[in-house]
Unconditional design. Structure first.
Length: 402
């Protein structure tokens, strides 16, 4: 397969992705998007479950096609002594290693940080886990759903009279994956630009989504307040909700401050409220949230979605249509930004997927190829390490590599 040369700010950086399913693999996808040579290490017979996660076409997992992009794939059994030795040889040329085994697993295979540091004193080891590398929950299995539940996210998500609500996607894992990529680059900067050394990074799936809660911890600490479930409303501003249009579609309205709220209420035909004392603060408006919602909902319900959006934009009031994925991919702004881009896949032909996550003027990232087959690059990678054809055949016969 011909592929363009790696470009971007991380060109020349080598990353070993020894993680599975989502948080770690997403972090490595981002690093690969910006030029890193990512080597995906999987068990020879039990590959990353992400390959079979979710929908597939022509026998190929579509989630893997995206998250496995820009990664060369090798199959090594790390639990075997020869596999651990091969892994250490890989680490000898790597800058970053990302793993998300249950804490203690790498040490059981004699692949803890001390052993990896012997192979490469400057290696950065990123350890992703459900709850961190120490503490009373260290042995618990960690999944994004558990983090979404424990973090407080689910407790405030959903209608007031409904149950706590979990997201229908890997939210905690995705937040953790983006955070992990950031952490890895911080350590790389410290090592290379500040004349530092390699180090370990301990990041849990739980903690980044707790960061996304905003001021909830300090509000509880200082005021003793536990936020309730309010559906789409807020305790500190109004109107803010989703509203159904005449043609059966939806729009989302946000009023981040009093000037915006004033424009919205004048637009929907209720200027009488804007001079009220309670209207001058977000909390005051939130205390009348039901009334303000009703005013907006009644006005929106009499108009088609396009008409509503146009009127709000003309009034310089914040609004967005509520899209499904088909509508998102057809949006002119999304097309202009190339947010959903087209990539050629060997098996599926042209496929559309999310583009690189941010645009850089001098060192842009790129999608060089989609997710490869299990073990597709084993021979090439081992050949680069000086492992000859005869030795590779012997390792395959013993089940050490794929």
């Amino acid at each position: 397969m011909h592929e363009p040369p790696a470009q971007g700010p991380l060109a020349g950086v080598q990353v070993i992705d020894a993680s599975t399913v989502l948080a770690g693999p997403l972090a490595c996808q981002i690093l690969g998007d910006y030029g890193a040579d990512v080597i995906k290490v999987e068990h020879p017979r039990r590959p990353d479950a992400l390959r079979d996660h979710g929908p597939s076409r022509a026998g190929k997992g579509l989630w893997w096609t995206t998250t496995g992009r820009n990664k060369r794939c090798i199959g090594i059994d790390l639990a075997k002594t020869e596999g651990a030795e091969l892994f250490c040889r890989l680490v000898g040329t790597a800058d970053i290693v990302v793993e998300n085994f249950r804490p203690g697993t790498m040490e059981r295979w004699d692949l803890g940080y001390d052993r990896l540091r012997e192979a490469n004193p400057d290696v950065i080891l990123v350890r992703v886990s459900g709850f961190g590398q120490f503490g009373p929950y260290v042995r618990r299995p960690g999944y994004g759903t558990l983090a979404e539940a424990m973090s407080g996210f689910a407790a405030v998500t959903g209608e007031a009279d409904g149950p706590p609500t979990l997201p229908p996607l890997g939210l905690a894992d995705s937040i953790c994956g983006i955070s992990t990529a950031c952490a890895a680059v911080m350590a790389l900067y410290h090592r290379d630009a500040r004349r530092g050394r390699g180090q370990t990074i301990d990041i849990s799936i739980l903690e980044p989504i707790i960061t996304a809660l905003g001021p909830q911890p300090i509000v509880y600490d200082q005021l003793g307040e536990v936020p309730p479930r309010l559906g789409n409303r807020l305790t500190f501003n109004a109107p803010r909700n989703t509203y159904r249009t005449r043609d059966g579609k939806w729009v989302a309205v946000s009023t981040s401050g009093t000037p915006v709220a004033t424009r919205v209420m004048r637009l929907v035909g209720h200027p009488e409220v804007v001079d009220e004392a309670w209207f001058q603060t977000g909390r005051g408006r939130a205390s009348r949230g039901e009334m303000l919602d009703r005013y907006v909902a009644e006005w929106v319900a009499e108009r088609a979605q396009d008409e509503v959006v146009a009127a709000f934009e003309a009034a310089d009031a914040a609004i967005a249509p509520v899209y499904d994925i088909a509508e998102l991919m057809d949006d002119p702004q999304i097309r202009a930004l190339d947010t959903i881009t087209t990539v050629e896949d060997d098996d599926l032909g042209p496929v559309r997927m999310q583009n690189v996550i941010w645009r850089m003027s001098g060192t842009p990232g790129s999608i060089r190829f989609t997710g490869r087959d299990h073990g597709a690059d084993t021979d090439t990678i081992l050949d680069e390490l000086g492992v000859g054809e005869v030795e590779r055949r012997q390792l395959r016969d013993r089940g050490v590599i794929r």
